[in-house]
Design a protein around this ligand. Structure first.
Ligand code: GAP
Length: 455
């Protein structure tokens, strides 16, 4: 894969209403992106597919939608105030700001987890790593830069309480653990799913929507008995493998990478990342972590509220362990696009750009065309019948070949064309996106046909 693929996908995203640069008419705001009419559909369809797979279709899962703004003590308890920081270094010559660990990793071409700020500084100076902007070796010592966005609650800023925009959706689940136990009949093992916006003041955002400061997550906290943890951890890895397969992500673009001991987050005793082969190299797609009892213990300590589980049969009281599959929605959106994108050479010099989306997540599932204006009325009638059942679009402008290309570019799996023969034989032409094969289908059988192909 090349950098060209990322450029091509970004250009398609802008041209075909998937993703626009944020606040563009004001000159933009660095690393912010807006999801356009097809983008918002694709993102929602991925989210719905995740929710259906991991919440709706399972008896051991429930959902929650907790507030983005939380009591600041939550982030003290979770360890984010103390630990959620990157080592920031400034170039004293040109004021360029970099992550000390990142320039060291790039220089040494290896991961360097577990080093203290003083050790990072010593190594950067020993290796004489120059500033990427001005080329001088004139660094400040690293200082911890907390990635949480701060804001104020209340009208008068100096008397108002400082709070944070949540950096992960997970804590909203932990702080509601007791509420969920008291108000539902969930029994171990069970999980809680939550999706929504998270915010991190990343020092090095970039690679389009791969790393942004505002992004969306789809997280699960799965509460288990300690003795069943290992097996359930492996089951989550297997379940996500299947999920990515169904999403249309090729197997050879994914790999699993276990974290080294010194690389683990402060809350985790074991983490495995699903990595994807992005055009810029292998990068994290999601993490599955063994969080043990860390979060429930910490919130018990900081809130005074006992976060425990009583076994209904044995009456045993204990703190459940947690397995956490944490996936980024906006990052999944990116890999879905990268995996689906193809520029295909057709006969002669003709080319087409096609997005091979799985039908369940395609922004438009079926497009309806009249071959000529004479069939407009009948084709519109058919479109209106299909619209409540499928994500459908109507198009009568331009030559039929052009209309097919437009739908290929947004990944529409099927196009239905009504022509002059339809009046005689009661059939329409259905054209399939990937094979470009066409077949005649009876109008009265069309809905059943579409259900079998698209749902
Ligand atoms: N609750 C655990 C947690 O948040 P994480 O590995 O920091 O773990 C989980 O984040 C996922 O969220 C990542 O694997 C990635 O998909 C997504 N993510 C994290 N930071 C992101 C960012 N700045 N931009 C886009 N996605 C991000």
């Amino acid at each position: 894969m090349s950098a060209k693929l990322m450029e091509d996908v970004m250009s398609l995203c802008k041209r075909r209403a998937f993703v626009y640069p944020g606040s563009e008419i004001y000159g933009g705001l660095a690393n912010t992106w807006d999801y356009g009419p097809y983008g918002v559909l694709l993102k929602k369809n991925i989210l719905d597919f995740w929710w259906k797979t991991f919440v709706q279709d399972r008896d051991d899962m429930v959902g929650i939608d907790s507030a983005i703004l939380m009591n600041p003590r939550v982030w003290e308890a979770s360890g984010h105030v103390a630990n959620f920081a990157d080592p920031l270094m400034d170039c004293k010559s040109c004021q360029e700001r970099v992550r000390g660990d990142k320039i060291l990793e790039e220089h040494l071409k290896t991961t360097i987890a577990g080093l203290s700020n003083a050790e990072i500084f010593a190594k950067v100076m020993d290796e004489k790593i120059p500033c990427p902007k001005c080329g001088k070796v004139n660094w400040t010592e690293p200082r911890a830069f907390n990635l949480m966005f701060k804001t104020y609650q209340g009208v008068v800023e100096d008397t108002a309480e400082q709070i944070y925009l949540r950096p992960e959706t997970a804590q909203g689940i932990f702080v509601n653990f007791k509420n969920i136990l008291d108000s539902t009949r969930m029994r171990l093992p069970f999980g809680v799913g939550q999706y929504g916006k998270s915010f991190r003041n990343e020092i090095t955002p970039g690679n389009f929507i791969f790393r942004t400061r505002e992004f969306e997550q789809m997280e699960i906290e799965y509460f288990v008995r300690p003795e069943e943890k290992e097996a359930l951890f492996d089951q989550w890895v297997a379940d996500y493998k299947t999920f990515f397969e169904k999403l249309g992500i090729p197997n050879d673009k994914l790999r699993l990478r276990f974290h080294e001991k010194d690389e683990l987050s402060h809350y985790s005793s074991k983490t495995v990342d699903f990595e994807y082969e992005f055009p810029f190299g292998w990068g994290e797609l999601m993490g599955i972590a063994d969080r043990g009892t860390f979060d429930l213990d910490q919130h018990t300590k900081f809130s005074g509220e006992k976060l425990q589980y009583r076994d209904p049969v044995t009456n045993e009281l204990f703190v459940p362990h947690v397995v956490e599959p944490a996936l980024g929605l906006t990052r999944t959106f990116l890999i879905t696009l990268l995996s689906a994108y193809e520029e295909q050479k057709l006969e002669g010099d003709e080319m087409r750009t096609v997005l091979h989306f799985a039908p369940q997540i395609a922004p438009v599932q079926v497009a309806v065309f009249p071959l000529q204006k004479q069939q407009s009325e009948e084709a519109t009638k058919l479109y209106k019948e299909l619209k409540p059942l499928f994500r459908a679009e109507y198009d009568e402008s331009g030559a039929i070949g052009k209309r097919y290309r437009r739908q290929d570019e947004i990944g529409t799996p099927l196009c239905v064309t009504m022509d002059f023969q339809t009046v005689e034989d009661g059939c329409v032409t259905v054209r399939e996106r990937d094979s470009m094969k066409q077949e005649r289908v009876k109008v009265e059988e069309l809905k059943t046909y579409l259900f079998s192909k698209l749902m």
